[in-house]
Design a binder for this molecule. Structure first.
Ligand code: CTP
Length: 411
């Protein structure tokens, strides 16, 4: 997923089944446009589709192999029809010919396309295209109604001049309309839909020389959990992460960085945003200058590491002027005087909320790296102490608070 693309199809995977119709040529432009928006497109080209577009041009545009024959041994070994469907978020049949629709209704499985359609548990969308008499034929109308009843999504055909010289219904939707239909299909829903949130997470690494660095014990678990919880409420999430062992959350734009300064640049690039949640354990200091070569032992002399202060990213976001997110949230990792230190941080950083986080080891267990967290939410209107809970639960609770903030500050 790319940060500068905000299309809902960004990061999604489409399996495009191209049927045999003159309008198949539109799929070439469709693939190009979807890929520009960050969508992955894989193509199954039916035998009749091959009469209108070539596997070569489709592969060139999709950047993927084009699948054509169910019984091709190499295709089945490399990528069986089950896997083709499993690795897609949506299957689009375009053009969906009268014949293809009839086969879908009947549950035929006589080629790679129909076999995939019969075996899939993924949502299916059709973009019908055919001669207007075929479209209006009772059989096609019945099949179409059945497909709709079966839960198949539809990109409606339009009226206009058809390849056969007639004018009427049955024209494949324009590429623009197909792109819009796909964007609408994937548009996030949920109370935070349309909101952009920046989450920083994990530690930063500050290089000492080409082989050594300074770091801290942050695992990134709390930040990643917050990114997932906000995504689940429909927000578009940019997760700016220091090095962690965690998997990238699906549907979240992850930007991997190492140093505090890289994190600062990534945050600046991710603006504007509606919310920023700074969970990262940013190193307070970095080397005044990184040694270009590995520092060697100097006959027992201990090297003095001269350090300078790192930029404060939370402060920067809180003072971003016109670009300031409406809601800026920080974490205060403390080992003593939790509330007082956190309240002081709320003021000094200029953020709106602060999550006070007691990171002193409890029962021999460290919060950093652990799965549980006990926090207090401190805002201008007071302090709420939350029970010790799984980091996922803390994240869901915070996401709900953010949802309520926008309900109260509507507009
Ligand atoms: N933070 C930041 N950039 C920094 C330092 C901290 O964005 N250079 C953010 C953290 O992500 C967190 C908050 O500021 O949301 C507080 O971080 P914390 O480490 O608790 O406090 P510090 O500002 O580093 O202060 P101190 O080390 O003195 O407690």
């Amino acid at each position: 997923m790319t940060l500068d693309s905000h299309s809902p199809v960004d990061g999604k995977r489409l399996l495009l089944i191209i049927g045999g119709g003159i309008a198949a040529y539109k799929c070439l432009d469709l693939i190009r446009r979807l890929r520009e928006r960050g969508m992955t497109v894989r193509v199954i080209l039916t035998k009749s589709g091959e009469q209108f577009v070539t596997p070569l041009s489709l592969s060139a545009l999709s950047g993927e192999k084009t699948y054509t024959d169910l019984f091709s041994l190499t295709d089945e070994v490399e990528m069986g029809h089950i896997r083709l469907s499993r690795e897609a978020d949506l299957i689009l049949v375009a053009p969906a010919t009268a014949d293809m629709m009839a086969k879908m209704v009947a549950g035929l499985a006589d080629n790679l396309a129909t076999t995939t359609l019969l075996a899939t548990d993924k949502p299916v969308m059709i973009a019908p295209s055919m001669n207007s008499r075929m479209w209006h034929h009772g059989a096609t109308m019945r099949n179409f109604a059945q497909l709709v009843q079966d839960g198949v999504h539809v990109i409606p055909s339009t009226s206009g001049s058809l390849a056969c010289g007639e004018v009427g219904a049955g024209r494949l939707a324009e590429v623009d309309d197909m792109v819009t239909a796909l964007e609408n299909f994937f548009a996030p829903t949920g109370p935070l839909a349309g909101k952009h949130v920046i989450v920083t997470a994990g530690p930063t690494y500050e290089a000492i020389d080409p082989v050594r660095y300074m770091a801290n014990r942050s695992s990134g678990k709390q930040g990643y959990a917050i990114a997932r919880a906000l995504r689940d409420l429909g927000a578009r999430v940019s997760l700016i992460s220091g090095p962690t062992r965690l998997d990238d959350p699906h549907g979240v734009a992850v930007v991997n960085i190492e140093s505090a300064r890289e994190m600062q640049t990534a945050c600046q690039n991710a603006l504007p945003a509606d919310v920023a949640v700074c969970v990262a354990a940013v190193a307070d200091w970095r080397m005044a200058s990184e040694a270009p070569q590995k520092i060697k032992k100097q006959g027992g002399e201990i090297p003095a590491l001269k350090m300078v202060e790192n930029p404060d990213i939370l402060k920067m976001l809180s003072c971003a002027g016109d670009n300031r997110p409406s809601l800026v949230i920080g974490f205060a990792a403390e080992t003593e005087n939790l509330h007082d230190n956190a309240k002081a941080k709320l003021k000094s950083k200029g953020c709106d909320w602060i999550i006070a986080n007691d990171v002193s080891p409890r029962d021999g267990q460290s919060v950093m790296g652990g799965d549980h967290n006990r926090v207090s939410l401190i805002t201008a209107s007071g302090t709420e102490d939350w029970d010790n809970a799984h980091k996922d639960e803390v994240a869901r609770r915070l996401a709900k608070k953010i949802e309520h903030y926008f309900i109260e500050h509507q507009g």
